[in-house]
Design a protein around this ligand. Structure first.
Ligand SMILES: C[S@@+](CC[C@H](N)C(=O)[O-])C[C@H]1O[C@@H](n2cnc3c(N)ncnc32)[C@H](O)[C@@H]1O
Length: 335
């Protein structure tokens, strides 16, 4: 039998995926064939134009991947990777697959951390040891410090001067890794409750310098109270009755990652918001993702703490209201 050709394989796969209700059948087919061939997607497109033969072993691997995708296993579980901004996260069963809308939430945290780096760079030459808020002793108590542990001396001192960003409910570590990668000099701490997700985060954050803590975001990091510059979170927020329609989400994202508890799905986000109020220094920035229908409730939740300025709703790239943003006031609140 002659080897199957790339163009025909992709056409057949696209038809099968479309019939299974996959929203982006051609793209998924190309990415799965690229994975089977251990090639870039651009190479697959080139092979398709040439209708070049695909080796039998790769064609068999592609068939297997296609059958699983037709059953609506997430594409990212099949390829083992999820792109997020400039990084790629290892993902699979037990961890939430990072979403494009969260890239915009991460952007807010990145912009704030970068702004603080720029303003501190301007002032650091005048007062090089003025910021002593986080010590190396604090960092040494980490549950897991993913590489780049600060050492005594210049490297540790410059690290300690960077803005402090906390990613609550980190999942795969996507937001934390994006901030650490895009804002060199920022100190980043990530918190995750679930054991399986924490293991994926540990894998993704190794070597990044991010401090990873296993714990409940609502009560974690007491050692950082009042010192954090940016708190960012994409917590679980789906209400109990609102089971997501897409099989990839309903059957493959962990329940602990989706459902925010309470009648409105906002019990965990409320706890995360209270934690942000506790962790942030006066003037520190809070950004939290929520569902499109929760904009007013999220603003009310933030303002009910009495610890934040008027809350703003911001949109994702498709114009949907998907995050609440506010600055910590100097008001003290009971924790
Ligand atoms: C919607 S997922 C988001 C993951 C990641 N931030 C992202 O955007 O891809 C929510 C994450 O919060 C974790 N989680 C749920 N409740 C938590 C809690 N009380 N404390 C810390 N993490 C929690 C879940 O295990 C899950 O990994």
């Amino acid at each position: 039998m002659p080897e199957p050709c790339a163009g025909a394989l992709l056409r057949g796969a696209t038809t099968a995926l479309a019939a299974a209700g996959v929203p982006s059948p051609r793209a998924d087919a190309e990415l799965l064939l690229a994975h089977a061939l251990r090639a870039e997607r651009a190479e697959v497109r080139r092979l398709a134009i040439l209708d070049a033969p695909v080796p039998d072993d790769a064609a068999a691997a592609f068939d297997d991947l296609l059958a699983r995708r037709v059953r609506r296993e997430p594409l990212q579980h099949l390829t083992g990777a999820a792109p997020f901004r400039h990084v790629e996260l290892a993902v699979g069963p037990g961890v939430f697959v990072p979403r494009p809308e969260t890239e915009v939430v991460a952007q807010v945290a990145i912009d704030e951390a970068a702004r603080l780096i720029r303003s501190r760079d301007r002032s650091v030459s005048d007062t090089p040891t003025s910021d002593t808020r986080a010590s190396d002793t604090t960092m040494a108590r980490d549950d897991a410090f993913c590489g780049a542990r600060p050492r005594a001396g210049g490297a540790a001192r410059s690290h300690a001067h960077g803005p402090l960003a906390v990613d609550l409910c980190t999942g795969s570590g996507a937001i934390a890794l994006a901030v650490a990668t895009e804002v060199p000099g920022a100190r980043v701490v990530a918190v995750e409750l679930d054991a399986a997700a924490h293991a994926w985060a540990a894998r993704n954050l190794t070597g990044s310098g991010v401090r990873l803590v296993r714990g409940d975001a609502r009560t974690a990091l007491r050692d950082l109270d009042g010192t954090v510059d940016v708190v960012v979170s994409n917590p679980p927020y789906v209400p109990p009755g609102a089971v997501p329609r897409d099989p990839e989400v309903a059957h493959h994202d962990p329940a602990v990652a989706l459902y925010g508890l309470g009648a409105d799905g906002l019990e965990v986000p409320r706890g995360v918001t209270a934690a942000a109020a506790r962790l942030l220094r006066p003037g520190g920035l809070y950004v939290m993702e929520h569902a499109e229908t929760q904009a007013a409730a999220a603003r009310a939740m933030v303002e009910a703490t009495g610890a934040f300025e008027a809350a703003q709703t911001r949109t994702d790239l498709t114009g949907r209201p998907r995050m609440v943003v506010s600055r910590r006031t100097a008001t003290s609140v009971e924790h």
